[in-house]
Ligand binder design. Structure first.
Ligand code: ADP
Length: 493
């Protein structure tokens, strides 16, 4: 460093090389001196800038504020000021500057000039604006979600991973009083007046929807009743989903509660109606069938009359079978399906069922095959298992096309018996597979092709198999065929 560099030179160098824009501004606003940083910031040369007043370089919307502060400094009200303002770049765009201004006065107190420092904060300003916009967007989103959360007609509940209730909407708050009239501690699994869908059995902790959700379960359409008073109690159908963070960690669970009281009551009325009508119809129908049988024994009746009587009898028998299906469904719903178990040879039962189905299959051009062991004994309700076989077989034939084949197979595993009814028929679409065991469900293909049915057959199969502690599953492909697999528990030995 030169020993002769005096302080004026040092000041000039500092001024020139300062990374912050600097200017000396006269009391009229003219730029008396500007440095390189400011010239680069505003896109004009040092010489061009030196000709101009700061007023020209300031964005019109920020000029008033700057001028007021400028005047107040000149008037002696303030010595300095700081302001974030917009400058106009030579190419017309805006440059945001963080301006600090100090007024220098002479010995006599007269204003000499202002020293201005301007830091280019355009990037920071843009960043802040983006941040503000993102924040406003998040806030708007939050408000929308909050409104939806509060106004939907479904009760919503969020539970933390520790089982504590974190949030619930108004709808859910309003219904909490029914199961928990003495208040709720805000923790999953609290016991209250919550009953299974039979409306009678109280629910234990492990079965409470909130508890199941906290254990990590996800489910849909879990229905139950809440409230001690049968007159005011309500039914809900609940779904649960796990809530996960960005890296998949479990944050808790979300539950949605749909009020299905009206639906459940309507279904009960429908059941009662169906059940009472079936009961009422059974007695006169038994009498009709009895008299028909007696009539048919009269050999002297003309052939034409006898033929007509047979038609009446066939239809009356069909009516009786429909009524017995309806009665069965009623019994199964009330949970009063009683089994009369005895040792039954299932192989024989299967053979008989196949023989009974054969004439109908022949009529449709469907081949029926059987693959059963010589003998397979099981402790089951003979009539009801016969019905399972009949229903599955008659469906397999009914939903097959000419030249399709139906197979009944039976085998005994270590501790279970497996009965399969397979067909190469029209099959069931994937979205209907879950539904076919429901009462009164009829598939799209069945309806489209006008294949007669009531939609009760498989629900009867399912209730009989369940009463035997077994299970029934279905694999099917539309256009390729179906396999119904019944598994009946059978103690080893
Ligand atoms: P239904 O036969 O009287 O309609 P079910 O309860 O027996 O009533 O069957 C319910 C529905 O399941 C049927 O309507 C039909 O769409 C479908 N389904 C049942 N069995 C078969 C089968 N073997 N192949 C194709 N679809 C079937």
């Amino acid at each position: 460093m030169q020993g002769s560099t005096d302080s004026a030179e040092l000041w000039r160098l500092t001024w020139q090389h300062s990374p912050i824009g600097m200017a000396l501004v006269g009391p009229e606003g003219h730029l008396l001196m500007v440095n390189r940083a400011l010239s680069e910031m505003l896109g004009s040369s040092v010489e061009e800038l030196s000709q101009r007043g700061f007023q020209e370089l300031t964005h019109p919307e920020d000029l008033d504020t700057d001028l007021q502060l400028f005047e107040r400094a000149l008037a002696g009200e303030i010595d300095s000021y700081r302001l974030r303002k917009r400058y106009l770049h030579a190419r017309g765009h805006v440059v945001w500057g963080d301006l600090s201004v100090a007024l220098v006065r002479g010995q006599d107190g007269q204003p000499l000039h202002f020293i201005s420092q301007i830091l280019d904060v355009t990037e920071q300003q843009e960043h802040e604006e983006r941040l503000r916009a993102a924040h406003a967007e998040i806030e708007r989103e939050h408000q929308t979600l909050q409104t939806v959360f509060e106004t939907v007609s479904v009760g919503l509940l969020l539970i933390g991973s520790d089982g504590r209730y974190e949030r619930m909407n108004r709808r859910h708050r309003e219904t909490m009083n029914l199961p928990f009239p003495d208040g709720h501690g805000g923790e999953a699994g609290q016991l209250g007046h919550v009953y299974f869908s039979d409306g009678k059995t109280l629910m234990g902790r492990e079965d409470m929807p909130s508890y199941r959700a906290v254990q990590g379960e996800e489910f849909d359409d879990y229905s139950y009743w809440v409230g001690a008073d049968p007159l005011t109690r309500r039914a809900f159908s609940t779904s649960a989903r796990q809530v996960r963070g960005p890296t998949g960690e479990r944050l808790g669970a979300a539950l949605a509660y749909q009020d299905i009281t009206d639906l459940m009551r309507a279904m009960k009325v429908q059941d009662e109606f169906v059940s009472s009508v079936s009961h009422e119809l059974r007695t006169p129908l038994t009498s009709v069938l009895g008299h028909l049988e007696m009539l048919c024994e009269h050999d002297e009746l003309p052939g034409a009359v006898m033929g007509q009587l047979r038609v009446v009898q066939r239809n009356a028998l069909r009516l009786r079978s429909l009524l017995s299906d309806l009665l069965h469904v009623g019994e199964a719903r009330e949970g009063s399906l009683k089994l009369l178990r005895s040792t039954v040879d299932l192989s024989l039962l299967a053979r008989e069922a196949v023989e009974a189905a054969r004439p109908n299959a022949l009529e449709h051009g469907v081949h029926v095959e059987i693959d059963v062991p010589h003998r397979l004994d099981a402790l089951v309700d003979e009539q009801r298992i016969r019905q399972v076989l009949d229903n599955l077989l008659s469906n397999a034939v009914k939903y097959s096309r000419p030249d399709d084949s139906v197979t009944v197979a039976l085998c005994r595993g270590a501790d279970a018996i497996e009965l399969e009814v397979r067909d190469t028929g029209m099959g069931i679409s994937e979205d209907e597979i879950e539904l076919v065991f429901g009462r009164f469900f009829r598939g799209g293909e069945a309806l489209e092709k006008h294949i007669p049915g009531t939609g009760l057959g498989l629900s009867i199969v399912s209730s009989i198999v369940t009463a035997h502690d077994g299970s029934v599953t279905l694999e099917s492909q539309l256009g390729r065929g179906s396999t119904f697999r019944v598994t009946l528990p059978h103690p080893a030995g």
